[in-house]
Design a binder for this molecule. Structure first.
Ligand SMILES: Nc1ncnc2c1ncn2[C@@H]1O[C@H](COP(=O)(O)OP(=O)(O)OP(=O)(O)O)[C@@H](O)[C@H]1O
Length: 319
């Protein structure tokens, strides 16, 4: 794909807020028709990145291009639809009136009935927005991003505050819109959400792109398990040599060393320990939280790729 076919290009972008470096030397391109999930913990820099793409802020260094132009130029944003993390709706207007208000800005908007149906809001068309539940308001806010039939949709935490049903309706609406040819870039804290929607996942942490690749590869990278065992101190080096296993922590205790291991396949690890007749006790297996997976990705000791310096953290995991 040439740069011209990219809908979004961020090139060595840095953005600071006072002493906080929200984005550090981030490079990322999103091609026409991609559905990309930006996954990362609070404060990772996701919202900042979207705000640069939407032309709401300027980078301190590097460049951002939107449809080949400067996002701060209104002409570049003609085919952009976006819903920020928090939105306000005029509480005395009816749902259909809010849609009509937004539609008035576009030459060929999506018909109100069609839009509301996509988001399961058709029965609420005549309800004042002030009378909607939080989840219904959120669905309407996201629906409004699509009124102008944008070629690129930017969504910041689209399903925050939605119950399971609301989330599924919204996911389906986004999948359908993407299937019609749109490019979608969304942020999420939730691996589950990114798994449900995205084809490509970009993991962001501490203002950097930590991993970028196909869904299955990145999920395998972050969806690891923590295995805790207590072993005699002299058994620790053996654990450190196990393939596919990282030692996250080793704490000395009177009864031995309490070791926390991060493993892609916890069952396989336990089988290996038993097969090796390793003298372990107090076995615990826990899901590694996304937070822990991010910590592992950011660890300067190269937990995932020994030898790779922290200053160069991008994990290319495309298969
Ligand atoms: N307007 C601002 N003024 C000062 N600091 C800011 C501002 N906006 C963002 N930051 C800081 O920049 C860093 C990145 O924030 P950002 O909102 O981009 O993260 P995020 O990944 O979107 O987080 P969340 O998931 O919580 O929305 C954080 O440390 C945040 O406190």
């Amino acid at each position: 794909m040439t740069r011209d076919e990219h809908v979004v290009v961020a090139d060595h972008v840095t953005r600071r807020f006072g002493a906080v470096v929200a984005l550090h030397d981030v490079s990322l391109s999103v091609g026409q028709g991609e559905l990309v999930g930006l996954l990362g913990p609070n404060g990772a820099g996701k919202t900042t990145l979207l705000s640069l793409v939407a032309g709401l802020r300027k980078p301190d260094a590097g460049t951002v291009r939107l449809f080949g132009g400067d996002p701060r130029d209104a002409r570049s944003r003609l085919s952009l639809g976006t819903t920020p993390q928090e939105t306000g709706l005029p509480s005395t207007l009816r749902v259909q009136e809010v849609v009509a208000l937004v539609a008035g800005h576009y030459a060929a908007p999506m018909p109100t009935g069609e839009l509301l149906e996509r988001f399961g809001l058709q029965d609420l068309a005549r309800r004042q927005t002030g009378g909607l539940s939080g989840g219904q308001k959120r669905r309407l806010a996201v629906a409004l991003a699509l009124v102008g039939r944008p070629r690129l949709v930017l969504l910041d935490e689209p399903t925050t505050g939605l119950d399971v049903e609301g989330r599924h309706v919204l996911w389906q609406a986004l999948r359908d819109y993407h299937a019609e040819g749109a490019t979608v870039l969304l942020t999420s804290h939730y691996l589950e959400e990114v798994e449900a929607l995205a084809h490509r996942v970009v993991v962001v942490g501490h203002g950097r792109v930590l991993a970028d690749g196909g869904l299955a590869d990145v999920v395998a990278l972050v969806a690891r398990r923590r295995v805790l065992v207590t072993v005699p101190a002299d058994a620790l080096p053996r654990l450190e040599r196990l393939p596919g296993v990282e030692v996250l922590e080793a704490a000395g205790r009177p009864e031995g060393v309490r070791v926390t291991l991060l493993a892609a396949d916890a069952d396989e690890l336990v089988r290996t320990l038993v097969g090796q007749d390793a003298p372990f006790r107090d076995l615990e297996v826990r899901g590694a939280s996304l937070e822990e997976a991010f910590l592992a990705l950011t660890a300067s000791d190269g937990v995932l790729e020994p030898g790779r310096a922290a200053a160069e953290p991008v994990q290319e995991v495309r298969s």
